[in-house]
Ligand binder design. Structure first.
Ligand SMILES: Nc1nc2c(ncn2[C@@H]2O[C@H](COP(=O)(O)OP(=O)(O)O)[C@@H](O)[C@H]2O)c(=O)[nH]1
Ligand SMILES: [Mg+2]
Length: 292
């Protein structure tokens, strides 16, 4: 994956995404924890055990909660390719036909492992990450068959995911009703969003509607893939036009600095993707963990 140099310069504003950034979410979480503590103290003083326990349970939930960065977009925008590039290996299924059947959460852990969750089961099945693709990939012969799994998890030594950050790959939108519902349903958990777009056909009407209806509370990162498929002399015009299609809806200052144009090619699908350029990784890390 290569970020075009001129594009990196084009989006130099050091915007911290006030709406849904790690800092804002962290501050709000801290305030809620303080509030719960106060309720617990007052409840103890007046002998209201029930309220004290409820406030204590809420406080524990808030304290243990993770920061969810969800990668979303229509089918075949390169979401899984993008997450694989961050992982540095082909862990998630990538194909020219629909491939991602389930929500896949990437969490930090020193030893790589993949976990498969089934609805109603208390414990996940543990597998080697290299076996994950064949377990969760959409079967081309039965593309409408729901996955037997409710969720997959990848535990990976990805520095971006330290401190409770969870990176999420999702099934593409506008491809299949069941998978569309899975993605929309999980969106409620998202604290930040990476919205993947095709650089040649950015912001279709359905993508505009998705942005307006479901992502209004977020300041998404907009990542435009297939930049490699655009002739060099046309690239500036494509950048301008893609940014305009979004800023016409959202206003320039709101999403300033959140635009990336990438070349996601992975050498015929066999070679592992090259590491994500430092600039982009740093920006995302700053967004999810400004102190790093
Ligand atoms: N040329 C090119 N191909 C890409 C790019 N990003 C993804 N692809 C290819 O597009 C197809 C769909 O990618 P995938 O990651 O499965 O898309 P998803 O459905 O959004 O997860 C795969 O064949 C990828 O190799 C890109 O930036 N350039
Ligand atoms: Mg995918």
């Amino acid at each position: 994956m290569n970020i075009n140099d001129s594009v990196s310069r084009d989006s130099t504003a050091d915007h911290q995404g006030e709406g849904a950034s790690y800092t804002t979410a962290g501050r709000q979480r801290q305030q809620l924890v303080e509030l719960c503590r106060r309720v617990e103290t007052v409840a103890q003083q007046i002998g209201d055990q029930g309220s004290g326990e409820s406030a204590g349970a809420l406080r524990e939930r808030v304290e243990n909660d993770a920061f969810h960065v969800m990668v979303v977009g229509d089918m075949k925008r390169g979401k899984s390719t993008f997450v694989n590039a961050l992982l540095g290996e082909q862990v998630l299924p990538v194909k020219a036909t629909p491939a991602t059947a389930v929500i896949t959460e990437v969490r930090y852990g020193e030893a790589p492992v993949a976990l498969l969750w089934r609805e109603g089961e208390a414990e996940p099945k543990e597998i080697h990450p290299r076996d994950l693709i064949r377990e969760i990939i959409i079967d081309n012969e039965n593309p409408d068959m729901p996955s037997p799994y409710s969720k997959a998890e990848v535990i990976w030594p990805l520095p971006l995911c330290r401190n409770g950050v969870v990176l999420i790959d999702s099934p593409g939108r506008n491809e299949n009703q069941i998978r569309d519902d899975i993605t929309l349903d999980y969106l409620k958990e998202a604290d930040a969003v990476v919205f993947m777009q095709h650089a040649i056909a950015p912001m279709s009407l359905s993508e505009q509607q998705f942005l307006n209806v479901y992502l209004d509370a977020y300041d998404p990162f907009f990542v435009f893939t297939y930049f490699d498929a655009i002739d060099a002399e046309e690239r500036d015009a494509v950048i301008k036009s893609a940014r305009k299609r979004i800023t016409d809806i959202r206003t320039e200052d709101r999403d300033e600095g959140h635009f990336f144009f990438v070349d996601d090619r992975v050498g015929g699908g066999v070679a592992p993707p090259p590491p994500t350029p430092p600039d982009m990784r740093a920006r995302i890390r700053r967004f999810v963990k400004p102190s790093d």
